[in-house]
Design a protein around this ligand. Structure first.
Ligand code: FES
Length: 358
């Protein structure tokens, strides 16, 4: 039986002041003219709550680019939901944050690009580092729960200890160190982002020692670099099982990257309710449970652990969203990943293709 979703990722806008090469938003961004308006977002939040959603993540792009963010966040909080602001920190002021807290903001997730100022600014494509230090102080002063998120790749993995120290200085409650996932814009930059095995081998013990040292003070979550792993990641804990994403134009997706799967119909809040989409749509039912699986997943003892891996990755690499994730060593397509690792990991990092905003 299909259970209700726990969370809604509301991508309020694709507009963003940063230009990060690892951005996993689609190559074609939604323009401001095509963004949902305030009333439609509020209706979407109503439908999400009726569906059972308890956590609303205001994301983007940069959600602070929406002047109606306070109304939207207040509406979500008024429905009894836990609210999370996922932000670059650029555009955050003491006044704006106090207003959001007044309206029920529970948690802020702040991105950082590196602990080295020059390198952080290079990766962000803008002088963002010092503004993030300021944003972190504002968030701590406001007293809301605070997560720092850093996307890890070839150009910052060697600084992982410094990034942990930066999060400690910021006094974060939680640190997410997430190796890059190659979707959307990030796929274009894969050769510039893929770390070496030596970099990953050196980073692992640094993270484990910090996890032990900081236990009870700052939780550290480390998201593995899946191309280098033997088993695929349990993407989204299974397709259409826990969370749904609404893109800035109202497209409803089983995961933030699912617009890459062009073989599935696109759902939109203008045409159907969230409940119809979650329970009844072809797109959300396509890979639920284990019945859709073929071999080697169908008879695999790990099929309820990793759910066949990532559907978006399977589609991107093989053209078939129902294929076993090629990251899995049992996949008949695993050679594709081995070829990528053999050819794209190079000594000198290629230049980044920086993200341009809409
Ligand atoms: Fe879409 Fe993994 S990112 S299923």
């Amino acid at each position: 039986m299909t259970e209700a979703p726990l969370g809604l990722l509301a991508e309020l806008t694709h507009r963003c002041p940063l230009h990060c090469p690892y951005c996993s938003n689609p190559v074609e961004l939604v323009t401001r003219a095509d963004e949902l308006d305030t009333l439609t977002w509020q209706r979407v939040f109503d439908e999400a709550r009726e569906l059972g959603v308890l956590q609303m993540h205001m994301s983007g792009g940069e959600p602070l680019a929406r002047p109606d963010l306070p109304e939207l966040l207040g509406h979500a909080s008024g429905l009894g939901c836990y609210t999370n602001l996922v932000t670059s920190g650029l555009g955050l002021t003491a006044e704006r944050l106090a207003d959001l807290v007044d309206r029920g903001l529970d948690h802020v997730q702040l991105s950082v690009q590196d602990s080295d100022r020059a390198n952080a600014n290079l990766i962000a494509g803008v002088k963002a580092y010092d503004r993030k230090l300021t944003a972190a102080r504002l968030i701590k002063d406001a007293g809301v729960a605070f997560t720092v998120n850093a996307v890890m790749h070839k150009a910052n993995l060697d600084h992982i200890g410094g990034i942990i120290a930066l999060a400690e200085e910021m006094d974060a409650d939680r640190l997410e160190l997430a190796n890059t996932q190659y979707y959307g814009w990030a796929l274009r930059n894969r050769a510039a982002l893929l770390p070496t095995r030596e970099q990953l081998a050196a980073a692992g013990p640094v993270v484990r020692r910090a996890q032990e040292r900081l236990a009870g003070r700052m939780e550290i979550v480390y998201v593995i670099a899946d191309y280098h792993e033997a088993n695929p990641k349990p993407c989204m804990y299974g397709w259409g099982s826990r969370q749904l994403t609404v893109a800035p134009n109202g497209d409803v997706l089983p995961c933030p990257a699912a617009s890459v799967i062009t073989s599935l119909p696109v759902q939109n809040v203008a045409r159907s309710s969230l409940s119809e989409i979650w329970y009844g749509s072809e797109t959300f039912n396509a890979f639920r449970g284990t019945e859709w699986m073929r071999e080697p997943c169908r008879s695999c003892p790990r099929k309820e652990i990793d759910f066949g891996g990532c559907r978006c990755q399977a589609f991107q690499l093989t053209g078939d969203a129902a294929a076993t994730d090629p990251v899995c060593t049992l996949s008949p397509d695993h050679g594709l990943v081995q070829d990528i690792l053999a050819t794209e990991i190079v000594e000198t990092r290629p230049a980044f293709a920086m993200r341009r905003s809409v």
